[in-house]
Design a protein. Structure first.
Ligand SMILES: Nc1ncnc2c1ncn2[C@@H]1O[C@H](COP(=O)(O)OP(=O)(O)OP(=O)(O)O)[C@@H](O)[C@H]1O
Ligand SMILES: [Mg+2]
Lengths: 273, 378
């Protein structure tokens, strides 16, 4: 009897938790199809027009409202975001993995301290990192633009990749590399045939994490983005300041879809290894 | 030393360790000397076992040969070539790791073929050799399995196959059987021995199980605290141990230290607490030595013992029936325990003695081994 209501309470907790987390997200998705241009909280019919609108196609709705100032600006921001995310993912995955390997393989003085330094960017407040990077770039005369964003993102994304790959390395049986060397493989062959396949799930996980964080970063990017190098989050933030407009729901839904695809890809790859 | 043994030592040794010293800086401070001047020669197609208690340096010695530990002093030679500065992947030795270290992402076939793939052996030849090797160890048809789809014994075989496929001059095995259950272990001991015989490869085998060492090896090196106590055939270790440590480590037996006294015809070992043991005639008096009495040396003493025998007065504490033989646990006047396991007629006489009664044990005075005391002995 008593078990019964405890169980029911637990299920209720589970349901409430899911509602709490996902209701707002579901709402955004639903509202992105709402054709009411004035008050998006009032449902007035199903439409794809907001999606057409952000892609720059003329629709009945944007004739009346035309919220997205310029589709070119939006597409430019998406392009910048993708350039930044792809470059930072590549750079930070390579450097982060190499760092993790180096710290796994070699023992040196002040190793703990160095490890601590690597964790720092993850716990440092974004504002502080943003200001620090801005001061640094301005101080050294680095032009603010896509390049500065890439450098800025790499400074902390290397840490994320490092942590994920290190965890994977820590779980690896280190006699595997010795067995490989014992069978005549040099360092490079051992890395390619044994170490890399062993840590690949970590490397892929780290890369996906880096990609998503880079795509999503607002605060740091806001400080170090130049005038013509707006990324998608910065662009959306700019739109929001002039009022919440229905197109934002459509953009958010598209971003959500992209994240969903990436997460699924990650899970799939992890399953395969 | 005997002449033939000397001659064999002169013959080209497959592997030679000379005065190897290896020290580790312990994390808690201080220095651990894992190898303290170890010298060892492995002769062609020999099965050598490194035997010793945990932490005595067996793994370190093996890793020094395979190249995973660099020596602080001394050197390793393989087939006459000095190995100092030669990395593991260029050494003509292969290792069977204690935890097998199979590559989890590769199939059994790819695990076994790894050494050939790395060496760039053509595909067709590689495949036939992998097939042959798997067949040899009784795993043909398992090529496509993953290591996690195998039993412990099968993994052990794959590790073995992977290590022998390159036909190394020397195979190093670090407690390869320790993870197997008793029956499988027995079977694998025999199989390993046969494999070694068929392949004609030298095996250097690590174990801390003395029975395993004695049954499998041509020679056993007993290690203690980074030093080799004795390298010899199993029979020699058992019957003529060189040190007290070896005598204690291998087989059962009671040890008595003392000084040899009396005339050359009837020498006696007298211990510090006054026990007297007759020892082989001709043993020079005045010598400090340790007497090793094995259980099978002892039997019931006849009414009037002959001069060729030594007699021990004791009290029967326990009588243990072990199937094939019968053990009698006896206590001496000084409190030491001694076990008698007489064979043949002697056993019957002892069975009639009641627990707690005094008994007389006898041994042929030339049978027990006398270990001469050297300096730091016990
Ligand atoms: N990397 C290391 N750092 C510090 N000390 C070490 C290291 N490797 C081994 N030792 C020490 O060296 C000594 C010998 O170790 P080794 O592993 O050779 O022993 P072993 O004979 O193989 O023991 P076991 O039978 O338990 O495997 C031990 O005291 C051990 O603590
Ligand atoms: Mg060991």
């Amino acid at each position: 009897m008593k078990r019964g209501w405890v169980k029911r309470l637990l299920s209720l907790h589970g349901v409430l938790f899911l509602v709490f987390v996902y209701a707002p997200i579901v709402m955004v998705v639903v509202l992105s199809f709402n054709s009411n241009p004035i008050n998006m909280m009032i449902w007035s019919g199903f439409t794809f027009d907001w999606y057409w609108s952000i892609l720059g196609y003329p629709t009945q709705l944007n004739e009346q409202t035309l919220y997205v100032e310029s589709t070119d600006q939006l597409l430019g921001a998406v392009k910048n975001s993708l350039i930044v995310a792809v470059s930072t993912t590549t750079i930070s995955t390579i450097l982060g993995t190499m760092t993790a390997l180096a710290l796994y393989r070699y023992r040196f003085r002040a190793q703990r301290f160095y490890q601590g330094l690597l964790y720092m960017p993850m716990v440092m407040p974004d504002i502080v990192l943003g200001i620090a990077l801005l001061v640094f770039f301005v101080g050294f005369g680095v032009a603010l633009g896509v390049m500065s964003i890439i450098i800025g993102h790499c400074t902390f994304l290397i840490s994320y990749v490092f942590v994920v790959v290190s965890a994977r390395l820590a779980g690896m049986d280190d006699t595997l590399e010795q067995a490989s060397a014992d069978l005549g493989a040099n360092e490079w062959v051992t890395f390619r045939r044994i170490t890399l396949p062993q840590i690949l799930p970590g490397v892929i996980g780290g890369a996906l994490l880096a990609f998503i964080i880079s795509m999503d970063d607002l605060v740091i990017t806001y400080f170090i983005a130049g005038v013509d190098s707006t990324t998608l989050p910065v662009f959306i933030y700019g739109m929001l300041r002039r009022g919440v407009k229905p197109e934002i729901n459509a953009i958010a839904t598209l971003m959500l879809t992209l994240s969903f695809i990436i997460a699924t890809l990650g899970l799939y790859l992890r399953r395969r290894h | 030393m005997k002449a033939d043994e000397e001659a064999q030592d002169q013959a080209a040794s497959i592997a030679e360790v000379r005065e190897a010293v290896k020290r580790f800086a312990a994390p808690e401070g201080g220095i651990v000397t894992a190898l303290d001047g170890v010298s060892l020669k492995v002769r062609p197609s020999e099965f050598v076992t490194l035997l010793g208690p945990s932490g005595c340096g067996k793994t370190t010695l093996l890793r020094a040969i395979s190249g995973f530990e660099e020596l602080d002093a001394g050197e390793v030679r393989i087939a006459g070539a000095p190995m100092t500065g030669v990395p593991p992947h260029r050494r003509p030795v292969n290792t069977v790791f204690q935890n097998y270290a199979l590559f989890p992402h590769l199939s059994v076939g790819d695990n076994v073929g790894y050494g050939l793939d790395v060496a760039g052996v053509p595909r067709a030849e590689r495949n036939t050799r992998v097939g042959e090797t798997l067949e040899r160890i009784g795993l043909d048809g398992y090529e496509r399995r993953r290591p996690d789809q195998l039993s412990g014994g099968q993994r052990q075989r794959v590790a073995l196959a992977r290590a022998i496929i390159n036909q190394p001059k020397l195979l190093l095995l670090d407690e390869p059987l320790s993870a197997l259950d008793r029956n499988l272990r027995k079977a694998m001991q025999l199989e390993l021995k046969n494999l070694q015989h068929d392949l004609g490869i030298c095996f250097v085998f690590v174990t801390h199980d003395q029975e395993e060492a004695l049954t499998m090896s041509d020679r056993v090196a007993v290690l203690n605290a980074g030093r080799i106590e004795q390298v010899a055939a199993p029979e020699t270790h058992y019957h003529r141990p060189a040190t007290r440590f070896v005598a204690e480590f291998i087989g059962d037996g009671a040890l008595f230290s003392g000084r040899v006294e009396g005339p050359a015809k009837d020498p006696v070992l007298v211990t510090a607490d006054g026990l007297r043991f007759a020892v082989a005639s001709g043993t020079p008096a005045g010598q400090e030595a340790t007497l090793l009495l094995r259980p099978e040396h002892l039997e019931a003493a006849p009414k009037s013992p002959r001069a060729s025998h030594g007699v021990i007065e004791a009290r029967l504490e326990q009588s243990v029936f072990l199937g094939a033989l019968h053990q009698f646990v006896c206590r001496l006047a000084n409190g030491a325990t001694i076990i008698a396991a007489p064979t043949g007629a002697g056993a019957g006489n002892l069975s009639e003695v009641a627990i707690g009664d005094s008994i007389r044990l006898a041994y042929r005075r030339d049978q027990p081994h006398l270990i001469p005391e050297v300096g730091d002995g016990a």
